[in-house]
Ligand binder design. Structure first.
Ligand code: PLP
Length: 399
């Protein structure tokens, strides 16, 4: 794979209707037509450039969608009200009653809960597999399988999906490879490695300011059109639509994503290396000790590094809680779920963002209750942060 910059966002030119340097925000739920016939054509999907109703699409949402499609090298994209809105509409679009999904077992707890508890109401079943074992993925595929689903860098265990190999399996069985790239925007370009559909929770790194939830589906024009179809499109009919004011603000934040990702990665790499040297159980894809370090290096756009997320296993939940409370007390970050913020965020995944996964499953996949997931912030002086964090670790007896 080439190491060309993944960020083509700077090349896009958008102007407001009065020549403003930012596109105007479309503040309308519905749109007028000069001719009644054009309205009918728009309903049938034949009227290029016309807007119908903002649940279908809106100018502001299209601007953001096109910028994200450029980032992901896909033909087009569709933004949604949340990452879950994107994930659920894609899976409901691709699968119907009787269909089957092969999913990585280490995925965000909400995605897991949807597949495990919600999709079965529509008779859509899922086999959860170890995504690093290509044999077990292929073995789980049956004649009803429609989708392989995984996160490129998994939440919270930071397992790496071999997108190229998974894509070969998917093509062989004529099924779709759907990947969630939330942890690694710009770092990974799954479409270039053969993914059919790439999803993001925009809530995280892409927006970066923790002021809204949002999501996007990046894919072919044909697939995005199907999601938006007035007759049977999951995005159109389930209605997880993003508000235009929000898409305008996310578009503005997207312009600094390349700078932020580099800094998140630089800071996380510094802490991961130092804490590993100190003898802590650190998991970070940039460390040679990470089982998929080589695979990550084969796949990534080097200039953006190994990402802003690392985990440290401090042994048990009580220690994890004590440490997190102390770090928050010392203003080293916030004890909060989510990720991709300017401030470091930490949470014990097993009892928070992965709590939907039953305990015995957590144990099987290696998610122990002492694991703290860190989303490393944009601290200007990471050496100082390291020293202060280390002090907290000594105080609670982790070091
Ligand atoms: N995908 C991943 C990897 C996530 O971590 C999350 C949320 O934590 C989601 C999807 C869901 O996104 P949202 O909270 O925007 O619905």
């Amino acid at each position: 794979m080439s190491n060309k910059p993944a960020n083509k966002i700077q090349d896009l030119q958008y102007f407001g209707e009065f020549g403003g340097v930012n596109p105007s925000i479309s503040d309308s739920a519905t749109y007028t037509f000069l001719h009644a016939k054009t309205m009918l054509d728009t309903f049938e999907g034949h009227a290029e450039g016309c807007y119908l109703y903002s649940r279908h699409t809106s100018p502001s949402n299209l601007y953001l969608s096109e910028a994200l499609a450029a980032m992901e090298f896909t033909e087009t994209a569709n933004v949604s009200a949340s990452g879950m809105g994107a994930i659920t509409s894609v899976l409901m679009q691709l699968c119907g009653a009787g269909d089957h999904i092969v999913s990585s077992r280490t995925i965000y707890g909400g995605s897991y809960a949807f597949l495990k508890n919600f999709a079965p109401k529509f008779n859509i079943t899922t086999s959860f597999v170890d995504i690093t074992s290509l044999e077990s993925i292929e073995a789980a595929i049956n004649k009803n399988t429609k989708v392989i689903y995984c996160e490129v860098v998994s939440n919270p265990l930071l397992e790496i999906a071999n997108v190229e190999a998974l894509s070969k399996i998917a093509k062989k069985h004529n099924i779709k490879l759907v990947v969630d790239n939330t942890f690694s925007p710009l770092i990974m370009s799954p479409q270039k490695l053969g993914a059919d559909v790439t999803i993001h929770s925009l809530t995280k790194f892409i927006n970066g300011t923790n002021d809204t939830v949002g999501g996007v589906v990046c894919g072919s024009q044909e697939f995005i059109d199907s999601l938006r179809s007035v007759n049977d499109g999951a995005a159109m009919l389930l209605g997880p639509v993003m508000d235009s004011v929000r898409s305008a603000s996310i578009l503005k934040n997207l312009r600094t994503l390349h700078l932020r990702m580099k800094k998140h990665s630089e800071n996380a790499a510094y802490l991961a290396e130092h804490f590993e040297k100190d003898g802590l159980k650190v998991v970070y894809p940039g460390l040679e000790s990470h089982p998929d370090h080589k695979l990550f290096k084969k796949m990534y756009n080097k200039e953006y590094g190994f990402g802003g997320i690392m985990t440290i296993d401090v042994g048990n939940l009580a220690k994890a809680n004590e440490l997190m409370e102390l770090m928050q007390h010392n203003n080293l970050g916030y004890l909060a779920v989510s990720l991709g913020f300017y401030k470091t965020l930490f949470s014990a995944s097993g009892t928070s963002t992965s709590s939907e996964i039953p305990e015995e499953e957590q144990i099987k996949m290696g998610l122990s209750d002492g694991i703290i997931r860190f989303s490393i912030g944009l601290d200007n002086d990471i050496e100082r942060t390291y020293r202060a964090m280390r002090k907290c670790m000594t105080t609670v007896g982790v070091l």
